[in-house]
Write a protein that binds this ligand. Structure first.
Ligand SMILES: *Cc1c(COP(=O)(O)O)cnc(C)c1O
Length: 234
């Protein structure tokens, strides 16, 4: 199937999941995760109407960004772990960083965004499964608390929600409790009405479990394989 056909199918599944949950499909953003795929694939998805793209490596995206400069109405999101030495480049290339997981990175990104003369949208990545190999801050950690209370210091960051990658489960139902947990964490933070924190977005759900994520309240699903096909193994 073509990229356009894949997108049409994913959109139908999103709409059906939203209806099951009594939600409006228009409140769910379909992010195309284009990592490992070339600029031409991004253009195909763009032609099919997608405007939000996710990449997980700064260096890889730098090459593609040059070839895609004419697409001005697109939002580019960094969704992979960011190293502090890449913060400046990330702030230049991306509109949003969905994988903030430390105070140190917030400081770096804020300074880099100021230098780049722009605002950066940011999601805090939460390690809901507590897996040691995964990035993200722990749900009840000091680090999370310091990010939340530090927000007024970072005038160039717009912290607007949470992101997670749950432990992989073959059965998408295995992700449900983690998605529910993320929503509860978001609701608890939102109820505190912290200064400079707008706790609305929930970025959760990938190709195999985005329907469950929508049932649990996702506002953005990050879909790679179901749009572009299988990635070559690194
Ligand atoms: C690769 C990736 C995705 C997309 O995964 P698929 O299973 O291909 O849909 C989503 N989120 C993150 C953080 C990723 O790294």
């Amino acid at each position: 199937m073509s990229i356009a056909e894949n997108i049409a199918q994913v959109r139908q599944l999103i709409a059906a999941a939203a209806r099951r949950a009594g939600r409006n499909p228009d409140e769910i953003t379909l992010m195309a995760v284009s990592k490992t795929f070339p600029a031409e694939s991004i253009r195909e998805a763009y032609a099919a109407g997608l405007r939000v793209f996710g990449e997980n490596r700064v260096q890889e995206f730098a090459g593609k960004a040059a070839a895609l400069r004419d697409l001005t109405d697109v939002e580019w999101h960094l969704i992979g772990h960011l190293q502090t030495n890449k913060a400046a480049k990330a702030a230049e290339l991306f509109d949003a960083v969905d994988s903030l997981d430390s105070v140190r990175m917030a400081e770096k990104l804020n300074a880099s965004a100021a230098t780049a003369g722009k605002m950066l949208s940011v999601l805090i990545e939460i390690n809901v499964g507590g897996e040691t190999a995964k990035s993200g801050v722990a749900p009840d950690s000091d680090e999370l608390e310091q990010i939340l209370t530090g927000a007024p210091r970072w005038g160039k960051l717009k912290i607007s929600g949470l992101m997670t990658v749950p432990p992989y489960a073959e059965d998408p139902e295995g992700s449900r409790s983690f998605f529910r947990r993320l929503r509860q964490i978001r609701d608890r933070i939102a109820a505190r009405s912290l200064p400079q924190i707008r706790m609305a977005a929930l970025s959760m759900g990938m190709s195999h479990d985005f329907e469950v994520a929508i049932e649990e309240g996702a506002t953005c699903v990050r879909v790679g394989t179901a749009i572009f096909g299988e990635r070559a193994k690194a």
